[in-house]
Unconditional design. Sequence first.
Lengths: 170, 283
Amino acid sequence: MSGLTDLMTMAKPNEELKRKLAPLLAKLPDACLQCARCTSGCTAFRLLELKPHEIVACARLGFLDELVSSKAIWDCALCLKCVERCPQGVAPAELILALRNEAAARELEVPEGLSTVLMSIMERGLAFAPRKAVARDGRAYGREDVGLPALEVGLSEAAMMALMELMGGA
Amino acid sequence: MEAEIAVFWGCRALSGDLALELSTRVVMEALGVRLSDLRRQACCGEPLRSFSIPASCYLALRMLALAAEEGHEELFVPCSKGYYMMKWSQEVLARQEGLREAVKKALASEGLDMAKLARPLSILDVLGGLVGPEAIKGAVERELGLKAAMHPGCYLLRSGEAYRVLEDLKAVLAAAGIEAPYYAGLVDCCGGTLELTRPDAALTLAGSKLKSAAEAGLSCIIVTCPTCFAMLDGRQEEALAAAGGGKQVPVLYLTQILGLALGIEPRELGLPFNRSPVEEVSP
């Protein structure tokens, strides 16, 4: 995050992007009191020094371009503790999601794990590719091997089209 | 009691988590709840939140709309993330008309109606509410005498009032004769979602969660969420190594431990698919 503050010395606020992201948020970052309750409980603060109150402060000032291209937005564990702790209902984790949405829309680099899941959903309508489960006896079992019924899994063509449209043609 | 509810399993079960599905099916049957599989199952949209909040809300509501279209008023979602998504997406859409209209249109492309949605039920809604601790108590056949570490998981915990979730979970476990005291780290995250963006840090989180349960002298960790299960059970060795080493600890689904208390055979509960040392608590 210190890198983020350095960038800000040359940054210009992007009020237009602030307005664009607003509909996705529970409450505007402007309601933040900077009490840092979010950061004091943050799962990723302990390990990765993520400071949600700083992200909210930058967003309030309009420095959204810097946030969208920062590595910090991918450090969030999405544990939602900050959502629960914020006395103002600001929900920093949801602001981080909105910033990630903008990063994805700009086709910036997304962590590999997330891209893999996205490709899987586009391919088969499930976050993960089906695989057999290896039991303690060392053998691999599919659902049919343990008597589980076959289920119809996946997205219909119409659902896939609607999904693509909502994703902005991704 | 006798009841029938529709069930949406979620990506983890549908892609190979047999322990979750086996134990949920057999325990529900033992408690008089008939499950009818939702005819069409697909992603609830949770991991898509990082790419597009509207798209993720669409996929979540789609499952509820499909359930309603198949004639179900309620939809049981054993996956914590799936359940959270179905509640959160309705909250998000209630905030903003533009998003609501976009999702309504997306649903309509398959002939689904946003005004007709099934009500999502969590594992606690079913075990703690529909079945209830009294009925569970009455069905217990085996004294496990365990003191366990409950791990509510972030998504179940924050899908409603966190305090109530903890109380309900505790009541269900107490009915099965399992004591679940407070321990340092009770509401800590397993790192399951962070795994997609910062995998190393995620394993450290899982490792410290495992250590906190062991340090509290509790005999096993009980989870409800399949993402937590994948981290704490499936990747336990790596997680402990990432956190500087530590004693292995049995990790079981709530439905697995309940099933053992109900006298169901470990094999039927999918226990051969747990990687952690479950033989320490299983008869």
